[in-house]
Design a protein around this ligand. Structure first.
Ligand SMILES: [Zn+2]
Length: 478
């Protein structure tokens, strides 16, 4: 007997080159895996006795969305760092808050980030952060989310960056400690939750650690057969540091130390030339683009369409962090990714709806190295599936010819609250918009309290740092 049988849905399976639609489709799920996909009338008899039968009439059934780059803990700082020059964002708006974060704060933030993401259809996150062992045990595992976690490794201490125009001061003993912690986390958690938790190593960025430590991380990744999740060419601040230290650009430097191949998942890359993006693409480097985050922080459209047009084969999108985005909503991120890339290249044919939907599902899964297990609705894959209720004014009408309008309507009109049911690894995590694995009220109350503690402690430092945002606050503009 199967556990879950979804019937009469408008399936977008992502099988093949496009969205792989099946009208009046059905999916049978057993022991966490998809056992059969097809027309409802063909499957219905066979799976009559399913424990759960979900009627998806008038609803879209999709693979769960993949948010490939996220810092869930920072959701506590939603709306506290934006509308400032890039050079100020990390050093004058984010940094004053960061030193007051405790482990408990990070956990409260992670719970909020995951809650928000699942409610908008995300089933798999590519998390980069600190305290991930505790966060995974207390939040990711019980919440049911699929997480590819990458513990941050850098050599940055609280006093490392007094002047962005001078080389940062590195603390090798901190780097050593973080690498050690990361390796023990991998040992304990890679494959946890029956495979729902996977690991990468995360060298933070080329400007935040020495060449020696970068090489050590690479060596360990090779030894363990892991990918590396890394911020690459993420703006002027980093470019200044790399130039000071190595006299070149980030991507050329990374190339010189043997970093560019399919073991690397490079994030952002908006401070790179076309030639450098071509190099990433030709070396098989995987890429995550975070269009809203980079538009807000840098005023730049990151090179998603460019990477693809130059032959890049594994692209994903990510929501990054809530202080500069400001939300973990992949449905909105899809639209923003499409619009920004169309305007960047003045070409409305770029990143059509069907393509961006693939990037948020099957291709995103590939970027995280998980496409054998998730990303499409196909027999044998783990059952990460979302059901969207299309019976909404902004999703009406549903048409099947001449154009099947479901994919464009999901990409350009959906806002998150259409997501009615979320299934991850064959487990129903959200039903009728109610999360079954987390206490929503408790998560929000704890997040509110944690955020108040941090912002109260940091308020003076934040104002003293004198960012554009602090000046706007002083003038009473917001
Ligand atoms: Zn990031």
């Amino acid at each position: 007997m199967v556990d879950i049988f979804i019937e009469h849905g408008l399936l977008l399976t992502m099988k093949g080159e496009g969205v792989g639609p099946i009208e009046d489709g059905a999916v049978a799920i057993e022991d966490g895996r998809i056992v059969e996909v097809g027309k409802t009338h063909r499957l219905k008899q066979r799976y009559r006795g399913a424990e759960w039968v979900l009627d998806a009439r008038g609803k879209a059934v999709l693979p769960g969305l993949v948010d490939a780059h996220i810092h869930t803990s920072l959701s506590l700082l939603r709306g506290e760092a934006q509308d400032v020059p890039e050079i100020e964002w990390m050093l004058k708006t984010l940094a004053p808050f960061m030193k007051y974060f405790t482990r408990e704060h990070r956990i409260a933030g992670a719970a909020l980030g995951v809650l928000e993401a699942i409610k908008a259809g995300t089933t798999c996150i590519g998390e980069v952060g600190s305290d991930l062992e505790e966060i995974t045990r207390r939040i990711y595992l019980p919440s049911g989310v699929r997480a590819c976690i990458a513990p941050l490794i850098n050599e940055i201490g609280p006093d490392s960056r007094p002047d962005p125009y001078k080389p940062y001061i590195f603390y090798p003993e901190l780097g050593e400690e973080r690498l050690k912690e990361a390796l023990s986390l991998v040992e304990r958690l890679n494959g946890a939750g029956e495979g729902r938790i996977t690991c990468m190593l995360a060298p933070h960025a080329a400007d935040m650690m020495s060449r020696e430590l970068l090489l050590r991380v690479r060596e360990e990744a090779e030894r363990l057969g892991l990918m590396m999740h890394m911020h690459v060419a993420q703006g002027e601040r980093e470019a200044i540091q790399i130039k000071l230290r190595y006299g070149t650009s980030t991507i050329k430097f990374l190339d010189s130390i043997g970093y560019l191949d399919d073991r690397l998942l490079a994030v952002h890359c908006h401070h790179a030339s076309e030639e450098e993006i071509a190099l990433l693409a030709s070396r098989g480097v995987h890429y995550v683009s975070c269009p809203s985050s980079i538009a807000l922080i840098d005023g730049v459209t990151p090179p998603l369409a460019l990477y693809l047009s130059l032959g890049g084969k594994a692209a994903a999108i990510g929501s990054d962090q809530a202080c500069g985005n400001n939300c973990h909503n992949l449905l909105m991120e899809m639209k923003i990714a499409a619009l920004l890339n169309k305007t960047r290249h003045r070409d409305p044919t770029l990143l059509p709806a069907w393509k961006i939907l693939r990037i948020a599902t099957i291709e995103g899964a590939k970027a995280l190295g998980l496409s054998n297990e998730i990303g499409s609705i196909e027999e044998g894959k783990r059952a990460d599936i979302i059901i969207l209720d299309l019976r909404k004014p902004h999703m009406t009408p549903i048409l099947h010819k001449p154009v099947r309008n479901i994919a464009p309507n999901i990409v350009y009109s959906a806002r998150g609250d259409e997501v009615e049911t979320v299934i991850i690894d064959g487990r129903i995590v959200m039903r009728d918009r109610r999360i079954l694995t987390l206490d929503e009220e408790e998560v929000m109350t704890k997040a509110q309290k944690a955020a108040e503690e941090i912002t109260e402690a940091a308020a003076e430092d934040f104002m003293a740092a004198g960012s554009h945002l602090a000046k706007a606050v002083k003038k009473g503009l917001l």
